[in-house]
Design a binder for this molecule. Sequence first.
Ligand code: ZN
Length: 393
Amino acid sequence: MLLKNAFIYIDGSFKSSDLYIINETEWIIGEDLSSIKCDQIIDLSKKYIVPGLVDVHVHLREPGFEYKETILTGSESAKAGGFTSICAMPNVTPSPDDIDNIRLIQDIVDKDACINVYQYSCITEGRLGQNLVDVSKLKDFVIGFSDDGNPVSSDLIMKKMIEQSAMHDVLIAAHCEDFSYEDPRMSEYMNIKRDIELLKNTDTSCRYHVCHVSSKKSIELIRQAKKDGISVTCETAPHYLVFTKEDVISENFKMNPPLGDKEDKEALIQAVCDGTIDIIATDHAPHTYEDKLAGAMGVIGMETSFSSMYTYLVKTGIIKLEKLIELMSVNPSCIFRIPKYSDFTVLDLDAENTVKSDGFLSLGRNTPFEGMTLNGRVIKTICKGKIVWEYTQ
Ligand SMILES: [Zn+2]
């Protein structure tokens, strides 16, 4: 496949070039590749090609909650959002905390997923916070370890997990929440603070990543920890960069951690600009309408992630498109060590789009972006050298 005349993201900047995809893992980029004989030639004048987008934080709900989402529908939602790789959180049933359960999920992924789906192992058995899983046994089958949805409340268990992370070179994705504090910002802050203390006092290098950072206080803490040379990375989600608690008009604005004040949002945007935030990940959390009414927390995000971030961060002049690609592809690939394939996302930045959840490929409809007009659209998703999704009117 030969993609011609696009602006292609190469080493941090865009150049007008051609892209020839040889196979699953190999490609060539050149100023003019017209001399290559090829059956499939696609003209992409005025379009942008970026490395496939990566979402390190999604909930696919299968096995156990297939009425909310499945690996099939979740991966379809991902491809429509331009994602070629996603990392699925372990709050499913049975819990991916032993080899059999991880294999069970892997079999569904191999059968149903239309893009690269990687899974997390739990940190503790059943995500109950009591017994650490066998990290050395599971590490080769998963992208990282997380009890997402639940924090690891025990200091001792988190200390052990941090030691295991260093010993086995595995990534911890920490859902930070300290239940002894009612204020969600204090709760997030205190749990991150505990982990940073543990990281300081554990005399090894580990891979520690904070999930869905939502507040100013937490950001200040992480910024300082990075300055102090502590091995910490973090993500925030699009909704924290666009909305505040003033915007909450329905259940579809309720998630954990909740939306903060204007101050929090501004601090997060600042942290995106100065590199304190490494990754934008959606925390895609599909629920049925009934479950949302009954108080289920979380919003979906994969099909609006790129265009919402393009609209609110790039079109507004806060960051450049290159920086957004770092946050949504380059950094997550690097930090999570996502395997390299011929994965690309093609963007039409001139397109405008009114969000209608009825048309989503996700089973979830719980988006806070409903009815909003967003700029920039994913027009093709190429995974392992094949077009897996194309926008059609
Ligand atoms: Zn979480």
